[in-house]
Write a protein that binds this ligand. Sequence first.
Ligand code: AMP
Length: 221
Amino acid sequence: MTAGVRLIIMGRQGAGKGTQCQRISRHYVVPHISTGDILRAAVREGTELGKMAKQVIEAGRLVGDDIMIEIIRERLEQDDARTRGYILDGFPRTVAQAVALDGIAAERPIHSVLDLDVPRDLVIQRISARRVCRDCGTNYVATGQKRDPWICDSCGGDVVQRDDDTPESINQRLDLYESQTSPLLEFYGQGGRLVEIDGSLSPDEVFEALTVAIDVARTSS
Ligand code: AMP
């Protein structure tokens, strides 16, 4: 078994990727690399990348492949990712990104691609109730009870509804997922690296299924 674990997590927006990635990151001591978080940090910092990403994210579209591939190439070259591995969340999102990632990860290939399968109507319900810490990205569920201000239990940051979690933007992003990202399932399925996980189960049950799948993939590599 090689040191570290290199994973990709896939699934519709609202499938529970963020929550499960935090747990996987702690359990296997690997960095959780979320391209959505990287872009939102750039938006907050007001960098050139951030200014461009803000418009694209608000319009519910995808940032260009070349930019995203360079972001990931640089991130995966950092020491933590080289030695410990990583869990990639939000990347790849297109077949072009997946092909580029195979090149970037040629020396230390991905162990497993985990797909959290949750039906579209259930993710729409979940996203509408989703709240997120502006600073550390921890996810919360709104229960209908008004909490104003809502302070993050982990870091004390503001807990808010994401600007792109409006019904119109959610539907547009789900359409994009079907058209551009689901072909990736075929791409990884053909390569024998895809594991389907029932993401509609409870968070603990999903985590259990993920760790079983990850441990099998690591020991057989
Ligand atoms: P997420 O938090 O993963 O839902 O990402 C939020 C938004 O960031 C997406 O709706 C896209 O506009 C953009 N984004 C994140 N990752 C990528 C990617 N790999 N390729 C293109 N755009 C991305």
